[in-house]
Design a protein around this ligand. Structure first.
Ligand code: VG1
Ligand code: CO
Length: 556
């Protein structure tokens, strides 16, 4: 192919956050904005990319199709020999990870701003995943940023746009584009993990029903194929299953606030037995039972505790488990009980990959509705759904259809009875002024500096306070300033972090955790149980004074 050298000038601020580059769609649509970042990525990767194959897809949001054409031309212009792209430029994040691994691609680009709203007035994003299917580590993302500050030339192949609506191969000299079914490779992987025939039998029970809310985002086609076509669930179980460029004006974030339509269904008089929702790009999940919310920190613990017995891929037992620092300690208790290696990482999926590659982690999760296994290197919403269905199927093996179905709430309650319960809640204060949030963080650093073991905060006695730092046990790389943490003598925790996935302003996240093994308290409402410690957190941070916010925008 002929390559044109297109002159360009750097844009400021093309720095990747917790998960790729996320900005307002309009920023991305400025001339060469996306191309600059992609060119910088290829420059950061260097000669390595020559002759390699690149995966490509996205969550279907506005600008994705145009972005795909730009990326294909840049890939060809920078020496890739092949791009494997999802039909209509669609590919869920976990499916992209699976595609890279299944087809041994060099890496892949995912066009998504995940749970952030889409459309011309909202967000777009892009991120790079490496050959193991894992999000690029910080040493690469830092390098990309360095390149964005000096990019001067775009290497663009002089080829026409490719028809992404038809599956098949298009050749341009020694470069080719293969359009693939975005579900196929992922489905192959899922079938290696789960017992599909067993799940199908379970879903056929007349006393079981489920609803999956794709939130007008990318998982619609996946849920239809997997839950309906493969596992025999009725087509009506998939809610809002057609991907829309602006998610139908919604906020595709599967939590109790933004997935309110599903919440209504699950809290109705006659609710289905199981409900789940996924985010924009299909890596997050929310699991609900009939009038029951499974906290994501509990979800990963429950999946880990049951994996060996219920999921064929884990039948040899788990190699280890991991959670992000703000995620509750429910998983720690399972690890201790099963004598598993356990790791506490900073927020963001990129830190789990090394552990998995080194064979030290089989199941991991984040409090932010992220759950996954080492079958791929991204969090995986459908995996979590199938894991829960496997646990329910197993628990109901001896229960005749129409008998007393073991429910989601029963599974969670049984878990708490054995391990105790880590009450957990997260308060998000979205779109605060950045300067205000920074002042609050500075104030908290000051509190940390001045406090010592034994200090009292309300009823709570301080054990330690610090700014979380992580040294990767595999490669020794260090990540600092990963969250301000107050740990108390009874194991309760208060954590503050600023979000790294927003596209404007600052989102303050406050994470609160408190443990109980008092049988009388296990069923308490989390907000009630955590009331006193939340007050302590609000007072010590002076959050209202700094941000002007009386209430959080989202409570989990
Ligand atoms: C948030 C979550 C984090 C998650 C990240 C990406 O990051 O807290 O746990 O890994 O989003 O998820 P932050 O920096 O905003 O707190 V996704 O589904 O947006 O790729
Ligand atoms: Co996501």
């Amino acid at each position: 192919v002929t390559v044109k050298e297109v002159p360009t000038k750097p844009y400021e601020g093309q720095k990747t956050g917790t998960s790729g580059l996320r900005k307002k769609t309009k920023e991305f649509m400025q001339p060469n904005y996306l191309a600059n970042w992609v060119q910088s990525l290829f420059a950061a990767l260097g000669d390595e990319v020559k002759g390699k194959s690149l995966g490509l897809g996205g969550d279907g949001r506005y600008y994705g199709k145009e972005a795909a054409q730009i990326i294909i031309k840049l890939a060809a212009g920078n020496g890739f020999k092949r791009v494997v792209v999802g039909q209509d430029a669609l590919m869920a994040t976990p499916a992209a990870s699976a595609l890279i691994r299944q087809r041994k691609l060099y890496g892949g680009l995912i066009m998504s701003a995940s749970h952030n709203p889409g459309g011309p007035e909202n967000d777009f994003g892009i991120k790079f995943n490496y050959s193991g299917g894992e999000p690029a580590p910080e040493r690469i993302t830092d390098k990309i940023y360095g390149e964005t500050t000096k990019v001067a030339v775009l290497n663009m192949a002089d080829i026409p746009d490719v028809d992404l609506s038809k599956i098949g191969v298009t050749k341009f000299g020694d470069f080719e584009v293969e359009v693939v079914d975005p579900v196929a490779d992922y489905l192959v992987v899922l079938k290696e993990v789960f017992d599909f025939p067993m799940l199908k039998t379970f879903l056929a029970r007349k006393d079981f029903s489920l609803v999956f809310d794709a939130m007008h985002a990318v998982t619609g086609p996946y849920a239809k194929r997997i839950l309906v076509e493969e596992l025999g669930a009725p087509a009506s179980c998939v809610k809002d299953g057609v991907p829309s460029p602006d998610f139908n004006g919604g906020h595709p974030d599967p939590n109790l606030t933004y997935a309110e339509e599903l919440v209504k269904i699950m809290w109705a008089d006659k609710a289905p037995a199981f409900g789940a929702a996924s985010d924009g790009d299909g890596d997050r999940n929310m699991v609900l039972g009939d009038k029951f919310f499974v906290n994501p920190s509990d979800s990963v613990a429950i999946i880990a505790a049951n994996a060996q017995a219920c999921i064929p891929y884990f039948k040899q037992g788990l190699k280890g488990v991991a959670r992000s620092m703000p995620t509750s300690g429910a998983l720690d208790r399972v690890a201790a009980d099963l004598k598993l290696p356990f790791f506490e990482t900073p927020t963001g999926w990129k830190f789990f990959g090394n552990l998995m590659d080194a064979g030290k982690c089989s199941v991991c999760g984040e409090e932010s509705f992220g759950t996954g296994g080492d079958h791929i290197r991204e969090k995986d919403g459908i995996f979590a759904v199938l894991a829960w269905l496997s646990i329910l199927a197993h628990a109901n093996k001896g229960v005749p259809d129409g008998g007393k179905l073991v429910t989601v709430a029963d599974v969670a309650t049984k878990h708490w009875q054995k391990y105790g319960r880590n009450f957990f809640s997260r308060y998000d204060y979205e779109e605060c002024a950045s300067a205000d949030a920074d002042k609050m963080v500075a104030h908290l650093r000051d509190v940390i500096a001045k406090s010592k073991k034994g200090d009292k905060f309300g009823e709570f006695v301080l054990e330690k306070a610090d700014d979380f730092e992580y040294v990767d046990p595999i490669d020794g790389s260090k990540a600092s300033k990963q969250g301000l943490r107050f740990v108390f003598s009874d194991g309760s925790r208060i954590i503050f972090r600023l979000s790294g996935t927003g596209s404007s302003g600052a989102t303050v996240r406050l994470y609160i955790e408190q443990y109980t093994n008092d049988p009388a308290k296990l069923q308490l409402d989390a907000q009630k149980a955590l009331g006193p410690i939340i007050q302590v957190a609000l007072e010590m941070s002076q959050l209202e004074k700094f941000t002007g916010r009386k209430e959080p925008t989202v409570i989990t």
